[in-house]
Design a protein around this ligand. Structure first.
Ligand code: G6P
Length: 747
């Protein structure tokens, strides 16, 4: 609390002034009381003496008078007394009566004159110091009745008790004040803190929209806050709209909105795999993964660290002591931190729960998901392992962490617990099922709960966002903010947004590829096709969700329906082996081979076959050469989050020709309206589209391709990342603003 010293000084000064004033008032009052007391006492003594004189009829009986004075002096407060006659001579006095207070000295002040009761009589009183140093009260009081004047009595009273009493009264008062003031201050302090905390809590709840209450006193502050947030959102929105997103712009956005923090990506698949080559050397492979091809350019632009499973056969040999390696080779703009998994972990977490459970669960392809309790344990343990790795990599309390895909559904919550101030952007690259489907997974509640650790949860389409919002609403105690597309759970808000992923633009593999004409010629020569033969291409991982079988059957149907294509149209299918330890995947390769062979046998000629199946990993330069050589690309996924092959094909076609035939069950189909959109299960529709693609005039190809290229140039992957980062900064700013409203103790 910054104002504490000022507060203490003010508190102390006020208390001192209060105590000093009270002190003065009390001193004056008690002194007056005691003086009145002493005066009263001396008047009483004088009156009793007068009584005695009246009874004894005068001052003659000296012994009696001496006795009388001694009696008076027995009072412990009366130190001495003397009696003086009207002639100012002493009649008698108690022993030790001070000579300095002789009758002659005191008399003139008493104004005793002869003439008895008619004279002007006044008592004289004075406080004085008497040796050896005590304060005394001296009073000289006339003794008379209506007829005569007897003289006057001088009384000396001890005043030291007054000083003692004053002392103890003042001390008592002082302490009473200190205790009272301290108690009052503590009570005020506690109640003000409680009040502030209550206000702050209520205000934050209202600002977050978590509270049903609306205290009118907060209305102006809240409306200011909302104005500010809206202004910031508009500024950011206008920044997002328009203009081309480039790596530089993305980097600037990161610097401007997130103060240049490096980002931490967590994705199971690493962007560069170091592999032991057949000749014994080490080669670098680019994995066949849409996730990797999208995220890698973002990391090159932003720099930071990518935490991934080190799965390459030479990965361990290429890292430093901290398991880091700088990439891309030769460029070295960011780091990959490799995590090593045991064979059991890989089997349970990757092959088991992620790819035999979640993968078929999320894709509507009629493949039965398999959920094993043991796999779930490994999935949890590996998510923990990655959370530990993130904590080792962060260098600020509020890092920006990008969690990728279905391998890490629990990671956002684990990170939120460990790094409460981090900004966690989770992106789910594959489809998100509806609530019924999701509930097949025995741990669906934990999965939804885990993802809600994110600040922002991104999906490819609004439809998948809606599915998630519905699941959160149905399976967890949470509140939906339908205006803002957010889930509020345990006072934390997770934005659920659609961020359709994309490719880099311009694409560096396209830029590095040979000219289109050269690609066409070379590829046809390699495939031993006539120069003017039509070529279709498909590039996929060997995955049952990609609809490769349906694709081959559509080609078969085309040849059945339009035999004129026999001998002059071939389809080249690149199929990268994937997840081969899983039975369902392992079976796919021979099944496809058999299917291709059956179709080829039906239609092949001596020097031509319709389907060329290459079941091998193909590096991006070759893939891009094929894209540029082909007349059409057929993406026939049965269900796909986005499918970046479709976008890569468009990025590769800088000649603005070529036709994309695209499954309507891909996320890409929502954006690429100029493609020929088909239902891949419907072989009539698909084969008709293939025919239309092959016959499409160049002009129409150009119009369609130009429109799609314009769209992807604008909605490229830098914009995808930029939108998420800008939204993240908005979330961060909102949290900071709400943080400002809270007393630090309440956080
Ligand atoms: C999909 C997933 C990615 C994954 C890729 C390749 O695109 O969304 O997360 O990296 O498939 O699969 P793999 O299992 O080889 O990484």
């Amino acid at each position: 609390m910054k104002n504490t010293p000022v507060f203490i000084i003010v508190w102390f000064a006020t208390l001192s002034i209060l105590v000093a004033t009270a002190w003065w008032i009390v001193t004056q009052t008690t002194r007056n009381w005691f003086e009145r007391d002493v005066t009263l006492r001396s008047d009483l003594v004088a009156s009793s003496v007068r009584h005695a004189l009246l009874q004894d009829s005068g001052l003659e009986n000296i012994d009696r008078l001496r006795e009388l004075l001694r009696d008076i002096a027995r009072d412990e407060r009366i130190l001495a007394a003397s009696l003086c006659n009207p002639e100012m001579r002493r009649i008698t006095a108690t022993p030790g009566f001070p000579n300095s207070l002789s009758c002659q000295k005191v008399g003139p002040y008493v104004h005793v004159t002869k003439g008895g009761a008619q004279g002007p009589w006044t008592a004289w009183r004075e406080i004085t110091e008497l040796p050896p140093g005590g304060q005394v009260h001296v009073s000289a009081i006339p003794l008379m009745d209506d007829l005569r004047t007897y003289g006057f009595i001088v009384l000396i009273q001890d005043l030291s008790f007054v000083a003692r009493r004053e002392d103890s009264t003042q001390r008592f008062l002082l302490w009473a004040f200190v205790v009272l003031a301290t108690l009052a201050s503590i009570v005020t302090l506690i109640s003000s803190r409680l009040l502030r905390r209550g206000w702050s809590k209520e205000l934050r709840e209202m600002a977050r929209g978590d509270s049903g209450r609306r205290s009118p006193e907060f209305a102006p502050l809240l409306s200011d806050l909302r104005d500010l947030l809206e202004r910031l959102a508009k500024e950011e929105q206008s920044e997002l709209l328009g203009g081309v997103w480039t790596p530089q712009r993305l980097k600037l956005t990161l610097q401007r909105h997130l103060h240049g923090e490096r980002i931490i990506v967590v994705a199971n698949r690493e962007p560069y795999i170091h592999d032991r080559a057949p000749d014994g050397g080490i080669r670098v492979l680019h994995p066949a993964s849409g996730l990797v091809s999208a995220l890698e350019p973002v990391m090159r632009a932003c720099s930071g660290v990518w935490i991934a499973h080190g799965a390459g056969s030479a990965d361990r040999e290429t890292v430093d002591a901290r398991d880091h390696v700088r990439v891309p080779p030769g460029e070295q703009s960011y780091s990959v931190r490799r995590l090593w998994l045991t064979p059991d972990e890989e089997r349970g977490y990757y092959y088991g729960f992620a790819n035999e459970g979640l993968w078929p669960l999320c894709h509507v392809v009629h493949a039965r998901p398999i959920f094993r309790a043991e796999d779930w344990q490994y999935y949890r343990a590996v998510n923990e392992k990655f959370a530990d790795a993130v904590c080792q990599e962060v260098d600020t309390p509020d890092p920006v962490i990008l969690v990728q895909d279905y391998h890490f559904a629990l990671l956002p919550r684990l990170l939120r617990d460990r790094l409460p101030h981090s900004t966690i952007l989770t992106f789910w690259h594959i489809p998100w099922p509806n609530a019924e489907q999701l509930s097949i997974c025995p741990w669906h509640v934990e999965i939804v709960e885990g993802l809600l650790g994110s600040s922002i949860l991104g999906f490819q389409t609004q439809h998948h966002c809606n599915n998630f919002l519905h699941a959160a609403d149905r399976f967890l105690e949470s509140r939906l903010d339908r205006e803002d597309f957010a889930v509020i759970r345990k006072q934390r808000r997770t934005l659920v947004r659609a961020y359709p992923i994309s490719v880099e633009w311009p694409h560096h593999w396209a830029a590095a590829a040979p000219p289109i004409a050269q690609c066409r010629m070379e590829v046809r020569a390699e495939l031993q096709l006539p120069e003017n033969a039509k070529l279709g291409v498909g590039v996929d991982r060997l995955d049952y969700t990609k609809g490769i079988e349906e694709r081959f059957r559509a080609i078969e149907r085309l040849l059945d329906r339009e035999p004129e294509w026999i001998g002059c149209f071939s389809f080249l299918q690149i199929a990268s082996p994937s997840r081969t330890k899983i039975k369902r995947y392992d079976r796919l390769s021979p099944d496809l081979e058999q299917l291709a062979q059956r179709i080829n046998t039906r239609f092949e000629t001596a020097d031509w076959r319709p389907i060329i199946l290459r079941r091998q990993h193909t590096e991006p330069p070759d893939v891009f050469r094929l894209y540029r050589a082909a007349d059409l690309c057929y993406v026939s996924s049965l269900h796909d989050g986005m499918n970046l092959v479709a976008k890569e094909y468009i990025a590769a076609r800088d000649d603005e020709t070529g036709v994309l035939v695209l499954s309507k069950f891909t996320g890409a189909a929502y954006e690429l309206a100029e493609a020929l959109i088909v239902n891949p299960y419907d072989l009539e529709e698909a084969s008709t589209a293939l025919s239309a693609a092959l016959r499409m005039p160049l002009d129409e190809q150009r119009v369609r391709m130009q429109a799609m290229r314009r769209l992807i140039a604008e909605l490229n992957v830098y914009r995808w990342a930029g939108r998420m980062l800008v939204d993240a900064s908005r979330v961060r700013r909102r949290e900071q603003l709400l943080g400002l409203l809270s007393v630090p103790e309440a956080r």
